[in-house]
Design a binder for this molecule. Structure first.
Ligand SMILES: [Zn+2]
Length: 203
């Protein structure tokens, strides 16, 4: 009924994260019905992006150059290094704004279940970068998952001989969040990470 070409395309789409077979069929049909306006530009952009984008040899970010534009930006503070799990986390931090240091993307988190050890991540290279860049503070901004927190503790231990200040981002009440709607784990994490208010009553 359906040509092998179309079937193959649907199969490729359905392998993308968050896209099931039904969404894959809808995407493919949408592209085929709008070849000039949607499908051809889509193909061209895929080819162009695949050819142009490389992984930064420093932080692991994706950019058209390596080292990436963040790593070579003279306005970024080389004294502070923020460690994140994935490229998407770096993007989230940049969208939030406010952080002016450099990044180090691990490529995931430690997971004995999935067989991911320190050598599968960019942890050994982190120590090299800290020494090369002369980093003064490492901010561990990993996910509030068991794997993320295990990785945070592992890295903190590994960096102990580096005589560098190690901090971790706080986990707890989201902005606009109400206590009554939160799970006990989130409330207790926020409670134990409480900070003293200064004289003006600001954190
Ligand atoms: Zn970089």
């Amino acid at each position: 009924m359906v040509s092998a070409d179309i079937e193959n395309l649907i199969r490729l789409f359905s392998k993308l994260p968050g896209i099931g077979p039904r969404s894959a069929r809808r995407c493919v049909l949408h592209l085929l019905k709008n070849k000039t306006l949607k499908m051809i530009p889509f193909i061209q952009q895929l080819e162009q992006t695949a050819a142009a984008i490389v992984e930064c040899s420093g932080c692991g970010n994706l950019d058209t150059q390596s080292p990436c534009s963040l790593c070579v930006n003279p306005k970024r503070d080389m004294n502070v290094l923020c460690v994140v799990e994935q490229v998407a986390d770096l993007w989230a931090m940049e969208r939030a704004g406010g952080f002016k240091g450099l990044y180090h993307i691990l490529g995931g988190a430690l997971s004995s279940f999935n067989g991911i050890g320190p050598d599968e991540l960019r942890i050994p290279y982190l120590v090299d970068r800290i020494r090369t860049l002369g980093v003064k503070e490492v901010i561990l901004a990993l996910n509030a998952t068991i794997e993320g927190q295990t990785t945070t503790h592992y890295i903190a231990n590994e960096l102990e001989p580096c005589s560098v200040k190690i901090t971790a981002i706080a986990h707890g009440i989201p902005l606009g969040g109400e206590l009554d709607f939160l799970d006990p784990g989130t409330i207790m994490t926020a409670f134990s990470a409480r900070r003293a208010l200064d004289f003006e009553g600001e954190l």
